[in-house]
Design a protein. Structure first.
Length: 316
């Protein structure tokens, strides 16, 4: 039997990237891209016709009929025919952009006979996986990116691998001739706002009031809504408060990471500075003061243009 690949998942950037690599392998002399949703007959005909060609062939089938109707007898017959007749030295790539129930008989047949490539969107708490993938992408593009810049990029973009790759691709131009790409280059690509968010979160951890005030003002002038800034500050301080509280209770960094949905390494790395600059009681008082400002704004008692100055005062 030839090689059967099954590409599945909802992270379309990584899935399409893998598909691109498979279809550009130099050892295939023919590449047959079937229409999306190819019928049983189209797929079987293409597979059976492989042996008539003199060279090696790769077939690409995106969301074929047998995947969209996994319980139908015709679908099971189709995949059985493919597995029995896929000639040696030839390959079939089946791409499913929609979820396929892994409990179905068809999915079990695919898992048994195919090389499965799964590309599910990274979850927010899978920081280590996102970071590892980003580092790999940066290396492949020759971008000498610093650890802090990777953290800032992921914090700004989230789990969208396509956007991360786009930024890294641009950074590869900015990084030509440089030993390392830093925050300055990232700001040049994504705007000063990215750097401000990084500097603000770092300043909140080390309780640097001057930098906190400066970056909050900068973000507000950059048209960031005060309510969103409030959310960023509160979520950051709450995570710090929980970290100190849980550590005092004897919890491990792994436990805290799981509870806060953050990578334990990131928490452990910043903990010495956090412990030196904050206390549980001190952070608790600040969170209560910020809560009062939030309630005051939402009730109409506090004007929107006073939210940031009041936040800065509450963090003193």
């Amino acid at each position: 039997m030839g090689i059967l690949h099954w590409l599945t998942g909802d992270d379309m950037f990584r899935l399409n990237n893998e598909l691109k690599q498979l279809t550009h392998q130099s050892d295939y002399e023919f590449v047959d891209r079937l229409p999306d949703g190819a019928s049983h007959e189209q797929l079987i005909q293409s597979v059976l016709g492989m042996s008539l060609l003199g060279g090696t062939k790769l077939i690409v089938a995106k969301d074929p009929q047998f995947l969209t109707q996994p319980g139908a007898p015709e679908s099971l017959k189709c995949i059985d025919t493919i597995c029995r007749n896929l000639p040696n030295e030839h390959s079939l790539v089946v791409v499913s952009t929609k979820s396929v129930d892994g409990r179905t008989k068809l999915a079990q047949i695919l898992k048994k006979n195919a090389k499965v490539h799964e590309f599910s969107t990274f979850k927010e708490w899978e920081w280590a996986k996102i970071k590892e993938w980003t580092e790999s992408q940066a290396r492949s593009l020759g971008v000498p990116i610093s650890d802090d810049v990777i953290d800032t990029l992921i914090a700004a973009v989230g789990t969208d691998t396509g956007k991360i790759a786009q930024v890294l691709d641009t950074l590869s131009v900015y990084g030509v001739g440089k030993s390392q790409v830093g925050l300055t280059e990232l700001e040049a690509v994504m705007g000063r706002k990215v750097g401000s968010i990084f500097r603000l979160t770092e300043a909140l951890r080390r309780n640097d009031l001057a930098v906190i005030a400066e970056e909050l003002d900068a973000l507000e002038k950059n048209n960031d809504e005060p309510v969103k800034l409030m959310g960023l500050v509160v979520s950051t301080l709450h995570a710090h408060w929980m970290t100190l509280l849980l550590m005092s209770d004897g919890r491990s960094f792994a436990d805290i990471g799981s509870l806060l949905e953050r990578h334990p390494y990131t928490i452990q790395k910043g903990f010495p500075e956090l412990k030196r600059c904050h206390t549980v009681d001190g952070l608790g008082r600040k969170l209560l003061a910020l809560s009062d400002i939030d309630i005051g704004f939402k009730s109409g008692r506090i004007a929107i243009d006073t939210v940031v100055p009041l936040m800065i005062a509450a963090l003193q």
